[in-house]
Write a protein that binds this ligand. Structure first.
Ligand code: DAH
Length: 353
């Protein structure tokens, strides 16, 4: 800025600044850009402020008028800035309101309610029946000692019945339990010599099987055990017949066939009259009219003794069933893999209601 200038030159510069400022104000696209324009033209170091400082170098009689001219431009620009700021703020608010609008007319997203897994449902039914008879629900580990899985159940090393189990060993002495029967021993050891013992023990078991329609390397069993003074095979039959009728219908017949398990003596298998043909004979029962449900028997004296009970004082019965098998019969499911596949079309069929 020159130290001295002519009045006309001063006015030209002022007009130039005014026009440039109005143009820049109009060109500001948002509040931030406009604020920068405000600082540029009205700030302390702006050309307008500098121009005002040169008023002192002008002829004295011109000074008041020229000072007023600068202030008038200054005021005009301030007003223009304020108007534009308001317009931009309004536009920005309108834009935000539109962008963040919630369309309350949209239908809500429906959250689907899940259903109990069919195995859970069947287990709950089994538990309800036995709890109504005074049984407790017990649990044991899935990674089990050879001792509980076999040895204490009267299956010493080298016993041929061990081979029926296709065990998955982790070390020589540790395996994935092949059945829920070890929970019998664990429970008795924890309770001895107290009676009565009445427990069911549901849980996962593992066998070295390939997955197909009827086999799975992991499945579920429900174990049962009663130990008391004077418990007889008649108690076993009465208890399990009651269970079968509650589970599969009052019209079901039951029968017990002699069998063999190392941890029971005598041992039996319980059949129910076929759910599908009512005993007439069909594809499911292979024409026999009967369907095998579980293994059972009187607890072997060796097992009682090993678990801390005196076989002269107390006796008991035990049973074990496959949960998948019960569920498949109850719901007419023909492929065990369906329980593992998380297929919602399958699972939704078991919603209560
Ligand atoms: N643990 C046997 C199995 O996995 C099933 C079984 C049979 C359990 C007879 C018992 C029983 O408690 O008494 O094949």
């Amino acid at each position: 800025m020159p130290q001295w200038m002519e009045t006309q030159e001063f006015l030209d510069i002022l007009q130039g600044l005014r026009q440039q400022a109005r143009q820049d104000i109009a060109g500001a696209m948002d509040s931030a850009a406009l604020e920068a324009v405000r600082v540029r033209y009205l700030g302390k170091k702006s050309p307008l402020s500098q121009l005002l400082r040169t008023v002192g170098t002008l002829p004295p009689d011109q000074r008041p008028r020229l000072g007023q001219e600068v202030n008038a431009v200054r005021q005009e620009l301030e007003e223009e800035l304020n108007r534009t700021a308001r317009r931009l703020a309004d536009a920005e608010l309108a834009h935000r309101l539109q962008a963040e609008a919630v369309d309350v007319t949209l239908p809500g997203r429906r959250r689907r309610r899940g259903t109990r897994h069919p195995l859970t449902r069947v287990l709950e039914e089994i538990q309800d029946i036995f709890v109504s008879l005074g049984y407790w629900v017990a649990e044991g580990p899935e990674v089990e000692l050879d001792y509980y899985n076999f040895e204490a159940l009267n299956l010493p090393k080298g016993h041929p019945a061990r081979e029926m189990h296709d065990s998955l060993y982790i070390t020589e002495e540790i395996l994935l339990r092949t059945h829920t029967s070890p929970v019998q021993v664990r429970t008795m050891k924890a309770m001895a010599p107290e009676v009565p013992v009445r427990i069911i023990a549901p849980g996962r078991v593992y066998r070295r099987d390939a997955l197909d329609a009827t086999h799975s390397p992991v499945f579920h069993q429900v174990e049962g055990l009663e130990v008391d003074r004077g418990t007889t095979f008649a108690d076993l039959k009465g208890t399990l017949a009651f269970f079968a009728k509650r589970m599969f219908g009052q019209e079901r017949q039951v029968r017990f066939r002699p069998s063999y398990f190392p941890f029971t003596e005598p041992s039996a298998e319980m059949d129910v009259s076929c759910l599908f043909c009512n005993g007439a004979g069909c594809r499911v029962c292979k024409g026999s009219g009967w369907i095998e449900i579980l293994g059972c028997g009187s607890v072997h004296p060796f097992v009682l003794q090993e678990s801390g009970y005196d076989p002269e004082e107390v006796s008991g019965f035990a049973f074990g069933m496959g949960l998948e098998r019960i569920a498949m019969l109850k719901y007419g499911i023909d492929d065990i893999r369906l329980f593992l596949q998380d297929d919602l079309n399958f699972l939704r069929q078991f919603a209560r209601g």
